[in-house]
Design a protein around this ligand. Structure first.
Ligand code: HAM
Length: 418
């Protein structure tokens, strides 16, 4: 019987790990650099948390959640995103009480979507959430941070930032009615999905990729004309800040996002080199969510990056990224085999920057050299009968045309330290 991984849930193999580690290391360095702190919260939460925050009539809640009832009859769900759990944890532990927070998290999320390239049922997100800041400066800081990460990973070119303001709920309510009136006139053009959304979530019709509806959507009223003075001011100030920071963006009045909690600023970074799943990062403001979950009224903003998609982009730019091995220790004869581990430990202590393998499983010199070569090591250290008796070690360069040397351990350590 062959048991296979679940559809849409993939293994990340050692070949790909260098990409993950490079991204993770950059994220850890840059979040620290900007004063953001890590938070970790469970993968499983009560289902109601996601229903309430993401919205009952969103794709995620309607169709995509992994839900189950546990042995005590409690309705649970695997987290489809991080914001809800992050806010729940912050309220529960009093992290938002009369203070601000800059937080980040990273981990697997679960959505029962139709799997395809760039769209999985278990995928990894890195997210940032900031709480307690009302002005557009924090929105700009987050966008600046993303821009910095993309620059660090050499991915800045080819990604486009779209931004929009979807206003506050009262403004959206007015807009919603205008959209319903508008789309109702085109019911012959709307597909089944859009007809269904017309009275539940009409803004999502704007997201439709159906080419037959493109013209109708292009002529639909835009949210921008429904924004009040405060929403306008917030958005204009953000745009000015981004201009000052020299961050290029496209004003996209059709950008609405698929989760219900957003207010005012929304943004997405997209690319056309990944095919249909081109949104690499998305987020926005959600000023009403903390109070919706029972916390003190707290403005908030955040985003999440889909790490698989970021890695796909990296692979296009940098097709080879491997974990390298520096040295491989070969030993011949019982005495040498016993000494091999001790000598390797001394090298590891003195030269912790080196990646170093000790041959296990005995074998002829030829076999051990073959294994050393296969490991990709730059040099082999040889510990034979002769070397042991004279307290020496031979170093042989496997990738360069340099003569081998036989050195004392002290001389070897000095050489490797360099
Ligand atoms: P989202 O737009 O649902 O937002 O997801 C954010 C990113 O996660 C997407 O842009 C995409 O890169 C990645 N992603 C989503 N679904 C999949 C999938 N099935 N397979 C692979 N990657 C995927 C959120 O999740 C919000 N919580 C973001 C946020 C944080 N807003 C405020 N704070």
């Amino acid at each position: 019987m062959h048991i296979k991984a679940i559809r849409g849930m993939h293994d990340i193999l050692p070949e790909d790990i260098p990409y993950w580690q490079l991204i993770e290391a950059s994220i850890r360095r840059l979040t620290r650099c900007y004063g953001y702190r890590e938070i970790r919260f469970p993968i499983v939460e009560e289902k109601i948390l996601f229903k309430r925050t993401i919205g009952e009539v969103t794709d995620i809640v309607e169709k995509e959640m992994y839900e189950f009832t546990d042995r005590n009859g409690v309705e649970l769900a695997l987290r489809p995103e991080g914001t809800a759990g992050c806010v729940r944890a912050c309220i529960e532990h009093g992290l938002l009480y009369n203070t601000t927070q800059r937080l980040w998290y990273m981990g697997p999320m679960f959505r029962h979507e139709r799997p395809q390239k760039g769209r999985y049922r278990q995928f990894y997100q890195f997210g940032m959430e900031a709480f307690g800041f009302i002005g557009p400066d924090i929105d700009a800081e987050m966008i600046l941070w993303i821009d910095k990460l993309l620059q660090t990973l050499h991915l800045r070119n080819g990604l486009v930032l779209n931004i929009n303001s979807i206003g506050i709920p009262e403004e959206r309510l007015q807009y919603r009615q205008h959209l319903i009136d508008y789309f109702s006139k085109y019911s012959d053009v709307l597909d089944e999905e859009s007809k269904r959304r017309l009275h539940t979530n009409p803004m999502r019709i704007l997201d439709s990729k159906n080419p037959l509806m493109a013209e109708c959507i292009a002529n639909a009223p835009s949210i921008t004309s429904f924004l009040g003075a405060d929403s306008r001011y917030h958005f204009d100030s953000l745009c000015q800040l981004l201009d000052t920071l020299n961050i290029h963006y496209i004003l996209n009045p059709r950008l609405v996002r698929g989760l219900d909690y957003y207010t005012n600023t929304v943004f997405e970074w997209t690319t056309d080199v990944l095919g249909a799943q081109g949104t690499v990062c998305a987020g926005g403001r959600y000023n009403g969510l903390v109070s919706l979950l029972g916390g003190q009224d707290t403005p908030a903003v955040g985003f999440a990056i889909g790490l698989e998609r970021l890695i796909e982009l990296m692979k296009i730019n940098q097709p080879v990224l491997t974990q390298t091995i520096d040295g491989y220790l070969i030993s011949l004869g019982e005495k040498a085999e016993q000494q091999a581990f001790l000598i390797a430990e001394k090298i590891r202590e003195q030269c912790p920057h080196l990646s170093f393998i000790v041959h296990c499983g005995k074998g002829s010199l030829k076999r051990q050299f073959k294994a050393a070569d296969k490991s990709g090591a730059h040099f082999a250290l040889i510990l034979g009968e002769d070397e042991i008796n004279k307290n020496l070690i031979t170093i042989k360069f496997l990738r360069e045309d340099k003569p081998q040397k036989t050195l004392t351990l002290v001389e070897l350590l000095k050489f490797l330290e360099k």
